[in-house]
Write a protein that binds this ligand. Sequence first.
Ligand code: FEO
Length: 172
Amino acid sequence: MIKAKIQDALNKQLNAELYSSYLYLSMTAYFESVSLKGFANWMRVQAQEELAHAMKFYDYINERAGRVNLTSISAPSAEWDSPLAAFEQVYEHEQKVTGLINDLVTLAIAETDHATNNFLQWFVAEQVEEESSADEIVQRLRLLGEDRSGLFMLDQELGQRIFTPPGTADGE
Ligand code: FEO
């Protein structure tokens, strides 16, 4: 049985992961609208990953005989000024999520909930990846500036991304 305080915090994070998925799905729609199909593909995979993160919290709460509590998901923005502006927001958002995961770890330690701390370590590692991949794309877009052919090449590259469910060989 899980402590109410931990259960509430995990449910809050479940909502935050669903919001992340919603935000990235909105960015997918933005990239579709400006005919950057590869960027749209990358973001759609990211939205799927976030949904998988949410389900990890969902499953864990149930596994600990807790109660999942779904609350409303805030509406994300719908438009961005440029691909760079969208990816800057991804990077900023992922840094915020890292902070939320770190706060959860701090709470699990304070409540001596070793199982939850252990569960969260996967997310601690995942956030390193999440920040790094978003930052890499931000840096590349900054380097490209107004280079349209470079943008087209990056679009081709991002179009190769495939969703691999977390926990499988390539899904980290
Ligand atoms: Fe679920 Fe992008 O962290």
